[in-house]
Design a protein around this ligand. Structure first.
Ligand code: G4P
Length: 541
């Protein structure tokens, strides 16, 4: 084996690249912060997100994020823990989220799903879960806020199965619930772990004591009743529950489930350790030239996110690359598949939020940020010139919210178009043009309404353009084609006055309507019309 191959194998084995998905407020930020705390990447957990007055996470970059106290764009956190290199790709946690969230999930090897013990599976959890499931990546579950009143663990396991269709395997079992959480039973090691009082409000690691099951001191501490209830639960899950099967975990049909409390540091360290043990290292990827193994000596990667002006002091644009194979080296030249040109990768960045560091090398599973001279687009492949290929296309996410957008001041049209084009290229918005309308306004489609605020803010701050936005009463977009291939035009369709006929950026005809019901009306009136959630040549999630 070559020296490079050996180096790659060693580095790949160490890497765990994942995203944390959750419904807003389930505790994603808090868990991220605590993982960093245990990983030694920060010292006092409070330094990431100090309480209410200053709510923003390390990964909040843009000004708007600080103002809103939410994380709008995805970012990357890297740290080492017990010989492993952890890459956490942050995903926006707000109610409204963008395609960024989905795309980030294209760049990970596994996902951690955080549930609020009182709320169980919520709307956004479902959406994000679906994308992970579609990719077939392993999903680990952290049931959070066990220091509070919540649903019974067995009920939550049923909910996971009923709502998400995934079986769960409890890795630990909470001792004492409903806010009286004393510790966990560790199923793998057959040990009881009781936690010491938290005297630092979760700012420091929490100490615990381990007992053999049946230890009288432990029983005295938790009480006879709790001990009996625990034994009953364990017997039940041992007998009636799923067997642990790493293969099922690997293909996303079984989720290892952990109970804990991120805020008070219950079970966070155990979770991190088990996660590292069980989560997969960087996986092979499909490409136009078959499967690309991570330990292939030839470098490859793809762009999963582009972000402009992360630092207001520098007007820069960064392309985030997930490395898929080979070794990344600063200043290396790579083949950019879409443009068919060689590009030199200078000044690569790695991140802990504002503290960007220039890096010299990186390996499969790592994320690097590259200054983008305007060549990169979402989903682009970069690879070694000696082995040219293209990674499988990113799935497209159908837009659900629409607005008509134009510049307030018509004299600023040039900057307006530039800004809109830029944001479209970043993948923050999808651009449409109404059939028959002039060029002064666009119809902008997004996955969530927050993107409109981001659009307004960024056009103002980066391009100095005020815009006028009119939300449109549509919730559904369908790309259209006739069965016999004849051209779809507004005049060729019947009964579309309930919707809006638009063209996408590549001049494909698209129909916007309010809901599925309106769509039914259109299909009834136009029996040979084919409708698709995304352009006909793209794959949908
Ligand atoms: P998110 O990123 O998923 O949106 O959630 P985030 O971590 O911001 O947590 C949402 C709220 O839940 C926060 O409270 C946070 O402190 C609280 N929380 C997180 N983990 C736990 C836990 O284990 N137990 C309990 N009881 N609460 C938890 P907040 O009041 O909105 O903000 P703050 O005042 O704590 O900043």
């Amino acid at each position: 084996m070559s020296a490079l191959r050996e180096e790659l194998d060693q580095e790949i084995k160490k890497r765990r690249t994942f995203a944390i998905i959750s419904h807003p407020d389930a505790g994603k930020t808090t868990l991220t912060e605590k993982l960093l705390l245990y990983g030694g990447a920060i010292h006092l957990a409070g330094s990431i997100k100090s309480r209410k007055t200053q709510r923003h996470a390390v990964s909040d970059w843009m000004e708007i994020e600080k103002q809103r106290g939410i994380s709008v764009t995805s970012s990357v956190l890297q740290f080492d823990y017990e010989g492993c290199r952890i890459n956490i790709l942050d995903t926006p946690g707000h109610q409204d989220f963008s395609e960024d969230t989905y795309r980030t999930l294209m760049a990970v090897d596994s996902a951690v799903m955080v549930l609020d013990v009182a709320k169980g599976v919520e709307a956004q959890t479902k959406k994000l879960f679906r994308v992970c499931k579609e990719r077939g990546i392993p999903i680990f579950t952290f049931v959070n806020k066990l220091d509070r009143f919540g649903k019974a663990p067995l009920d939550l396991m049923d909910e996971l199965e009923d709502v998400l269709g995934i079986r769960s395997y409890p890795m630990n079992w909470p001792i004492g619930t409903d806010g009286r959480y004393m510790g966990v039973y560790d199923r793998r090691n057959n040990k009881v772990e009781l936690f010491a009082e938290d005297t630092t409000h979760g700012q420091e690691e929490r100490t615990s004591e381990t007992f053999e099951p049946g230890d009288p001191e432990m029983i005295a501490r938790i009480g006879e009743d709790t001990w009996e209830a625990l034994q009953g639960d364990i017997e039940l899950i041992d007998e009636a529950g799923e067997d642990f099967d790493l293969e099922k975990v690997a293909n996303g049909t079984l989720t290892p489930t952990f109970f804990g409390s991120a805020m008070t540091n219950f079970g966070v360290q155990d979770f991190l350790e088990e996660y590292i043990r069980l989560a997969p290292p960087p996986a092979p990827r499909t490409s136009s030239d078959g499967v690309i193994e991570p330990d292939d000596e030839k470098f490859s990667g793809f762009v999963f996110k582009i972000q402009a002006n992360m630092n207001p002091a520098h007007r820069d644009r960064l392309a985030f690359i997930r490395i898929c194979s080979g070794k990344f080296e600063r200043n290396m030249s790579v083949w950019h598949e879409r443009s068919g040109k060689m590009i030199k990768l200078a000044q690569p960045q790695q991140f802990l939020a504002q503290d960007r560091q220039i890096i010299d090398t990186a390996y499969p599973g790592d994320i690097v940020g590259l200054f983008d001279p305007g060549v990169f687009g979402i989903g682009d492949t970069i690879c070694d010139a000696g082995h040219k290929f293209k990674f499988a296309d990113f799935p497209v996410f159908p837009p659900e919210k629409f607005a008509r957008v134009q510049a307030k001041d018509t004299m600023k049209r040039k900057q307006f178009v530039k800004g809109i084009e830029q944001l479209t290229q970043e993948g923050a918005i999808q651009l449409f043009r109404q059939a028959g309308a002039g060029m002064e306004s666009y119809i902008v489609g997004t996955v969530g309404t927050l993107q409109f605020e981001v659009l307004q803010y960024r056009l103002k701050n980066e391009y100095n353009v005020d815009i006028v936005m009119q939300m449109q009463p549509f919730g559904v977009a369908r790309w259209m084609a006739f069965e016999d291939g004849r051209e779809v035009t507004p005049a060729s369709l019947k009964g579309i006055d309930r919707g809006m006929f638009v063209y996408d950026r590549r001049d494909n005809p698209v129909l916007l309507v309010s809901n599925e019901w309106a769509l039914g009306w259109i299909t009834e009136n136009n029996p040979d019309l084919l409708l698709n959630h995304v352009p006909f040549d793209k794959k949908e999630v």
